[in-house]
Write a protein that binds this ligand. Structure first.
Ligand SMILES: Nc1ncnc2c1ncn2[C@@H]1O[C@H](COP(=O)(O)OP(=O)(O)O)[C@@H](O)[C@H]1O
Ligand SMILES: [Mg+2]
Length: 198
């Protein structure tokens, strides 16, 4: 992995589903735009690349592939996204804020695929300048997901989110520039916290 050599800053948000990442990406982008920064917000996986389209089918349970193959698709989608979207924006000096990045592959993919393999297929990618991990407990995430209206059996969901949560904690320790933000407080208080680091 290589450091960001471009003039723009690369900020990544990570967390469990329902932790509040998308909410905070939007608030931070609005804040930076008010401060006259040029901002590009984006998210992973994309729906643009061939790999991204396949991932969508797998997530929608319309297609089945082995976990390792799925992680290879995520890496391929990421590579294309970096080349076509993220790096061109960073070159222009824009601040890029991404809703998820390779840390998600390590945490979610890490349930089925060895970390060493995940590291290998993500090895060429740019390191973010700053990573925010929205630290929201699995129970809280499930309550929020339920409110959003997506139906899932509580235990199925909770069991998996617990495992992903601990994977995140483990892998984030291996990286610099990671800020853990308490995700249990109000949306505006979280935003205030995040602003302190940007
Ligand atoms: N700090 C918070 N407190 C209470 N509800 C929140 C908070 N942050 C987000 N939410 C709500 O939880 C749901 C999931 O938030 P979202 O930002 O979409 O999460 P993610 O992108 O991490 O899956 C949304 O309905 C959102 O309004
Ligand atoms: Mg989201």
């Amino acid at each position: 992995m290589r450091k960001n050599p471009y003039p723009g800053k690369f900020i990544v948000f990570e967390g469990l589903d329902g932790s509040g990442q998308s909410t905070q990406v939007k608030l931070l982008a609005e804040f930076l735009k008010r401060k006259k920064h040029q901002v590009l917000t984006t998210k992973e996986p994309t729906l643009d690349s061939t790999a991204g389209k396949l991932i969508r089918k797998v997530l929608d349970k319309k297609k089945k592939i082995p976990p390792q193959k799925l992680q290879e698709l995520y890496a391929r989608d990421r590579q294309e996204h970096l080349k076509k979207v993220i790096i061109p924006a960073l070159k222009k000096g824009k601040t890029v804020i991404s809703d998820r990045y390779f840390f998600s592959s390590f945490a979610y993919g890490g349930l089925d695929v060895p970390f060493s393999y995940l590291l290998k297929i993500n090895d060429k990618f740019l390191l973010p300048d700053l990573v925010f991990f929205i630290n929201t407990k699995p129970e809280t995430c499930i309550l929020r997901i339920d409110k959003r209206g997506k139906k899932n059996t509580f235990f199925e969901c909770k069991d998996k989110l617990e495992k992903v949560y601990w994977k995140y904690k483990k892998i984030l320790k291996k990286f610099k520039n990671v800020v853990v933000i308490n995700g249990e407080i109000s949306i505006s208080r979280i935003h205030q916290e995040i602003k302190k680091y940007v």
